[in-house]
Design a binder for this molecule. Structure first.
Ligand code: AOF
Ligand code: ZN
Length: 342
């Protein structure tokens, strides 16, 4: 790595500290360097709060340290007034000498205008440092803005012989404490969590993030035939749930029933989530829902948690010609596999 890459790597590492806390905003980190020394650093810590550049400038021991400095920021500084004022203006006011940027901001409110502002003020701007790493870190944010849909992760748990539940649909405990924590971490890293009605009926899950610090996702339940019981935890626990039906429109506290019509398509559900501003959705089951996503091609990442056990019979996992990458051992009896999507 050259020096620019080392400072940018630091900005990317800092950005990850906002994981599970900033969506629908991107993960952003910022480092202020002078004479080959880091004088300030910061990251976007929570949705609605100060941006990375503001945190970095605030962290300087002496505010004048910004004058003539080199700023490394993992996303193009914003040029708009959103929940916070434009970062490009702050960098100009702080009289920085040059700004190194990892990725452009695809948000139409920014999209190149941050860079233009900096250049117009005589600041040198360099873009594309560790671009691929940044694109990976903010894959959800970039997918949302470029593909105009949420980023979709599919995840299921199965026995070694490929069953995800007992024959009668009753759940099987596949997780161990470590893999459960990992599931909850994944939940904090998605803005929505989606399941079919059958999962609610059989498991009555809470689908929140209890075992990892971070935001819980909005529960999205596909319930075209209005089958989920009113006393389900996702309806009763006071947290936000969207129930997607054909014809029922209703509201009960943080629970919202959406009617998408007789012609009930996954694409319409995804469009609704896009319009509501969700940048990512974790699809956690069951077999029918996961199969529908796999068949529609609507997914970006696929994970399987496999427990060292043979069930012999049960409800089969989604059958698709998936090429799994080598599994990672999680705890005593779980292996996690990610699909190789090329
Ligand atoms: C930056 N630095 O740390 C972040 C940026 O509503 P706001 O004011 O928080 O603005 C959110 C938008 O700002 C977000 O969609 C993205 O375009 C940009 N995020 N920009 O300069 C940051 N988080
Ligand atoms: Zn900003």
């Amino acid at each position: 790595m050259n020096k620019q890459e080392i400072w940018m790597q630091r900005a990317l590492d800092l950005s990850l500290l906002g994981s599970g806390l900033v969506a629908p905003n991107p993960l952003v980190g910022c480092v202020i360097v002078k004479n080959d020394q880091i004088l300030g650093e910061g990251w976007h810590q929570a949705y609605g709060q100060a941006h990375a550049e503001v945190m970095a400038i605030r962290s300087l021991a002496n505010p004048e340290d910004s004058i003539g400095s080199s700023v490394y920021v993992s996303l193009e500084p914003c040029s708009h007034t959103g929940k916070t004022p434009p970062c490009a203006d702050l960098l100009i006011k702080s009289q920085v000498k040059e700004v190194f940027i990892c990725n452009l901001d695809p948000n139409p409110l920014v999209a190149g205008q941050g860079i233009e502002k900096l250049k117009a003020a005589g600041i040198q701007v360099f873009q594309g440092i560790l671009e691929n790493k940044g694109a990976e870190i903010n894959r959800q944010f970039f997918t949302y803005h470029t593909k105009k849909r949420p980023y979709i992760t599919l995840k299921w748990a199965a026995s070694q012989d490929g069953f995800i539940a007992q024959e009668d649909g009753n759940p099987v405990r596949f997780s161990n404490p470590q893999s459960q924590a990992l599931v909850h971490q994944m939940r904090t890293q998605h803005q929505g969590i989606l399941v079919g009605a059958e999962t609610i009926i059989q498991d009555n899950p809470r689908l929140n993030a209890r075992l990892w610090p971070g935001n819980s996702p909005i529960r999205i339940v596909l319930d075209p035939h209005d089958r989920i019981p009113q006393n389900s935890q996702v309806v009763q626990d006071g947290q936000c749930t969207w129930i997607i039906t054909k014809n029922t429109k209703a509201e009960n506290g943080p629970c919202q029933w959406y009617a998408i019509g007789e012609n009930y398509l996954l694409e319409d559900i995804i469009q609704l989530a896009y319009e509501k501003g969700l940048i990512s959705i974790l699809v956690e089951g069951g077999a029918k829902t996961l199969t529908a996503f796999l068949q529609s091609g609507l997914f970006d990442e696929v994970w399987k948690q496999e427990k060292d056990m043979i069930l012999g019979k049960g409800i089969a996992e989604p059958r698709n010609s998936i090429n799994w990458k080598k599994g990672i051992q999680i705890g005593e009896d779980n292996s996690w596999y990610q699909a190789d999507l090329g």
